[in-house]
Design a protein around this ligand. Structure first.
Ligand SMILES: NC(=O)C1=CN([C@@H]2O[C@H](COP(=O)(O)OP(=O)(O)OC[C@H]3O[C@@H](n4cnc5c(N)ncnc54)[C@H](OP(=O)(O)O)[C@@H]3O)[C@@H](O)[C@H]2O)[C@@H](O)CC1
Ligand SMILES: [K+]
Length: 505
């Protein structure tokens, strides 16, 4: 499913009308009816619904929703919040159809009268403003939105909660806090941004008859089980351990042996044929106890951390992961440089490896083999030399810029993980839950990604599926047995079995 900016949405709408001969009035009818159907699933007909209608086409959808629900026997009061001359075009057509059907329309004169009505409402449908919003809310939308936000009523937003921008980059706004948003035709970028997504509440996308072929291929799309099922690696009956790849993970230290153990174990649980671990000798006993299936690579160490180069032949491996629990010593930076310069196989860089990478950006640029960076927002901001706030205001744009300029894949981790390829295409994965907000989850993800990178048709596919399996494992584990509070990274690794089974059935 494509994710759109406001501009891309308008372009789709325009092409559908101008090139495919679609009628804007039919699209609005379809949109309003599709939303009404979702409302019916959530609302009983003894509940009182107030529909708030603004000046643009979002308001036009509101007239269709109100008419449809009234025709179906619901208790609905429609409120037009702007003066009559502001209602134009398709919205005016649907206002006339609403009135022609014999239904009553309230006009806003004094906000207090509307507020008394909102006090009586069980459900508020927000058809005030859609993707055409710009700047901060003007009266009366600012007051009505603030009042609705205080209300206990169920708040359903049409397309996008009023006031929330569709695109990234705008952080200063007042928005309606919806419980549920019925998105028209395609999710907007803001449904995946940390500062805007919470306004949507739960959301769903409804189809309104826009011809799919008239949507210009956008650069961002959403990953789902429909994508994962046919693309997850299959196990051939005649395969052997070499068929599924040999991974090398470099990292860990005497005081931090856990991370590398989690990564290596997750890689094997995700189908890697073999996993070798390059970690200080003093850490190896603590690592191997968790992962007897892994082999050790001989290393030298100093004060419990890896010292100087790692004497390995990278051509003997199908992918290399580096950085987990490695520490930030100068020696470990040398090893990160060695891997970036010398390993032609796909390399995944995480945690302390990303910290060092900041000093190695030129080396990274000259690399020919694929490189995958798996930062959380703090690490990504460090690499970019900006603040986390700046990054999170435009995570799509920053990731795209960095991936393109440095020729790397980026997995920017978060509630909506953004996977960016060097050509700038981006995929969002929303699987998972707050149970993942715990130390070690990232190490597990790195192991999963490493394993899938060795077994997939493309790196992007591997990264999308890896993130999806990681999130799915958390969802499945917290549906039965675990809670989001007690879930550990080690549980996630064991939960991969169920995630793989669910997605391959
Ligand atoms: N195929 C499709 O795409 C379909 C789309 N559809 C629907 O259309 C919606 C987009 O419609 P849209 O373009 O008319 O914009 P919309 O958000 O209703 O608002 C425009 C109005 O808002 C006003 N305004 C702006 N900022 C403001 C502020 N800060 N504070 C106060 N007012 C502000 C602005 O005022 P003005 O600039 O005139 O002063 C103007 O009057 C879309 O979200 C979806 O619901 C469906 O009908 C089916 C087909
Ligand atoms: K809205």
């Amino acid at each position: 499913m494509y994710i759109v900016t406001a501009h891309e949405m308008y372009d789709w709408d325009r092409k559908s009308i101008e090139e495919a001969g679609m009628d804007g009035r039919i699209l609005m009818e379809n949109a309003g009816r599709a939303v009404a159907e979702q409302v019916e699933k959530r609302v009983r007909n003894d509940q009182h619904i107030v529909v708030l209608i603004g000046a643009g086409n979002n308001g036009g959808d509101g007239f269709v929703i109100a008419r449809t629900l009234l025709n179906r026997g619901y208790s609905v009061k429609a409120w037009q919040l702007v003066s009559d001359e502001k209602i134009k075009g398709d919205a005016l057509v649907h206002k006339q159809l609403y009135l022609g059907a014999g239904f009553e329309l309230a006009h806003l004169t004094k906000v207090n009268v509307l507020f008394r009505e909102l006090d009586q409402a069980d459900v508020i449908i927000d058809a005030m403003l859609g993707i055409g919003v710009y700047g901060k809310l003007k009266p009366p939308f600012d007051q009505v939105t603030a009042y609705a936000n205080q209300s206990q009523a169920l708040k359903i937003a049409v397309d996008i909660p009023t006031g929330v921008p569709a695109d990234e980059g705008i952080t200063d706004f007042d928005g309606l806090q919806a419980d549920y948003t019925c998105i028209i035709a395609a999710p907007k970028l803001s449904a995946f941004l940390p500062h805007t997504a919470p306004y949507y509440g739960e959301w769903e996308v409804v189809e309104i008859g826009l011809p799919a072929k008239k949507l210009k291929k956008t650069s961002v799309s959403l990953w789902s089980s429909e994508h994962a099922r046919p693309t997850l690696p299959e196990r051939h009956p005649y395969s052997h351990k070499g068929t599924h790849g040999k991974a090398l993970v470099i990292g860990g230290s005497y005081l931090m042996p856990g991370s590398i153990a989690l990564s290596a174990r997750a890689a094997l649980r995700s189908g890697a044929g073999l996993a070798a671990v390059a970690t200080p000798k003093s850490a190896w006993p603590s690592v191997s106890v968790h992962i007897p299936e892994a082999t050790a690579v001989s290393t030298s160490e100093e004060n419990g951390v890896l010292a100087e180069r790692v004497e390995v032949d990278f051509t003997g491996y199908d992918a290399v992961g580096i950085g987990m629990g490695m520490g930030r010593s100068d020696a470990s930076r040398t090893i990160v440089q060695q891997v970036v310069e010398e390993a032609d196989v796909p390399v995944l860089i995480d945690a302390d490896g990303l910290y060092h990478l900041k000093q190695l950006l030129d080396v990274l640029k000259n690399r020919t083999g694929p490189a995958v960076l798996t930062p959380h927002p703090g690490e990504m901001a460090h690499l970019l030399g900006i603040t986390v706030t700046e990054l999170l205001a435009r995570p799509f744009e920053w990731s795209q810029r960095f991936a393109y300029n440095h020729g790397v894949y980026i997995v920017l981790k978060g509630p909506s993980t953004i996977i960016t390829a060097p050509d700038g295409t981006q995929v969002v994965d929303t699987s998972g839950n707050a149970g993942l907000a715990k130390g070690g989850s990232g190490d597990v993800l790195s192991g999963i990604l490493l394993a899938l990178m060795m077994q997939s048709q493309s790196i992007t596919e591997a990264l999308c599926n890896g993130c999806f399996l990681h999130g799915k494992a958390a969802e499945l584990l917290t549906t039965e047995g675990h809670s989001k509070a007690d879930l550990l990274a080690t549980d996630l690794i064991e939960g991969l079995s169920q995630a793989f089974r669910t997605l391959s059935s």
